[in-house]
Design a protein around this ligand. Structure first.
Ligand SMILES: Cc1cc2nc3c(=O)[nH]c(=O)nc-3n(C[C@H](O)[C@H](O)[C@H](O)COP(=O)(O)O)c2cc1C
Length: 392
């Protein structure tokens, strides 16, 4: 895999002006640290595990059933579990007038940013619909990462793009005219933080995905002021809600593209409690012109999700999302072409699939081309593309 640049060091700032809380930044910012965050030597190992799960065939006889038992036992440990009793993330509980976001070292990242932004928030929402048994406590969960601009001591913006899963939950509440409770964890097990950014299909629980990577279920604890759960080992948890008829201007914000995202109206998150460890660490990142820390998260996603793309389209050989395309903006795919317009069929798949549908450019090359070698891919592409028909 071609990964330019080293990514620099992870930095823990301990002497912060205006806050007693240390700041951790660039924790995910190298190929090695990204792998460490996922508990592997290389993200390809997780792709291998997923491939194995995809290929599992139901055992046909008693011997195969017995052989399958250890795997079944392992998988049974992946789902998240709610613990009772004390949790590290609730060693300190702040409510009412004690809630003050300005006590936390939340960064203003770029000169023209609209304010300070929480940039690594792990945002927990729940659907209004029950899954499985019809019970309130069994509602489908989503975990996403959506930046949060600090407005004052107790409120922030909630910048989910309209096509994201958190926003889909929000639409349910808006239609029902109900207040939406939300928990936000900052500084979780890195697998959980990564999973919040992963482009899983709607309805697939990111915590189950995190449990599969870690091979251990994520421990959750009931929140203090809302009917939600949050990761028990998080450094900091913000509990609160958004009203579905309240919006406030958010941005500008120096974004992943290297340009500022413009101002826009977004829901307002009201905090009902801040809980945290006795000595919490504030996890953050700065996004900007690539390469930045998030590029390493994106490269892990590229590798981890390849087996799922291949399962749906066996003609896919490999894929590369160049950093310069801020990931989904440019997708290079090598494929086994079998029939005329086959490339178009694959393009239509990408443009119709989850966050891949945001791609501006899909470049398809022959199976023998190394998609991670951009010169080789460009040579193949530029010399063979038929601009008239748009298809090779
Ligand atoms: C550092 C970082 C910041 C992000 N900020 C936002 C954001 O402000 N809004 C947004 O919609 N997506 C943002 N994303 C992308 C989402 O987290 C990503 O698309 C995720 O898959 C969304 O989850 P969902 O599909 O469950 O909604 C960010 C990703 C990273 C790595």
């Amino acid at each position: 895999m071609h990964i330019p640049g080293g990514g620099g060091k992870a930095i823990l700032f301990e002497n912060i002006d205006g806050s007693d809380i240390p700041v951790l930044i660039n924790a995910f910012g190298s190929k090695r640290r990204m792998a460490m965050a996922l508990g592997v030597e290389d993200a390809e190992e997780i792709a291998g595990d997923i491939q194995e799960l995809i290929e599992i065939k139901p055992p046909a006889n008693l011997l195969e059933k017995i052989k399958f038992l250890p795997k079944l036992f392992e998988i049974s440990h992946y789902p998240p579990k709610i613990i009772t009793g004390s949790a590290p993330c609730q060693e300190v509980v702040l409510t009412g007038d004690d809630i003050d976001l300005f006590k936390f070292p939340i960064l203003k990242c770029w000169p023209l940013d609209g304010g300070r932004f929480i940039t690594l928030p792990v945002v927990f929402t729940k659907s209004l619909k029950a899954c499985g048994e019809q019970s309130e406590s069994n509602r489908k969960r989503n975990v996403g990462m959506y930046r949060m601009q600090v407005y004052d001591k107790k409120t922030t913006g909630m910048h989910w793009h309209i096509h994201k899963d958190g926003a889909a939950h929000y639409d349910e509440y808006r239609k029902a005219g109900k207040r939406m409770e939300i928990a936000v964890a900052i500084g979780t097990d890195p697998v959980v933080t990564y999973s919040a950014t992963a482009p899983l299909p709607y309805g697939v629980d990111e915590l189950l995905f995190a449990g599969m990577i870690r091979k251990k279920g994520v421990e959750l604890v009931k929140c203090k002021t809302i009917d939600m759960e949050a990761p028990a080992t998080a450094e900091i948890v913000l509990e609160g809600y958004v009203e579905t008829d309240e919006f406030r201007e958010e941005g500008p914000f120096g974004d992943h593209t290297g340009y500022y995202s413009l101002k826009g109206d977004y829901p307002v998150f009201h905090i009902t409690a801040i809980t945290h460890r006795k000595n919490p660490i504030y996890f953050t990142t700065i996004v900007g012109k690539p390469p930045m820390e998030d590029c390493y998260m994106g490269k892990a996603t590229e590798r981890i999700f390849l087996p799922m793309l291949k399962a749906l389209n066996p003609e896919i050989v490999d894929i590369d999302l160049p950093w310069e395309g801020v990931f989904h903006n440019c997708v290079i795919v090598s494929m086994r072409k079998r029939y005329p317009m086959h490339a178009k069929k694959l393009m239509d798949f990408f443009w119709g699939s989850g966050q891949m549908s945001f791609s501006k450019m899909i470049l398809l090359v022959d199976e023998e081309i190394n998609v991670h070698d951009y010169r080789e891919a460009a040579l193949n592409l530029l010399n063979n593309v038929d601009i008239e028909s748009g298809v090779r």
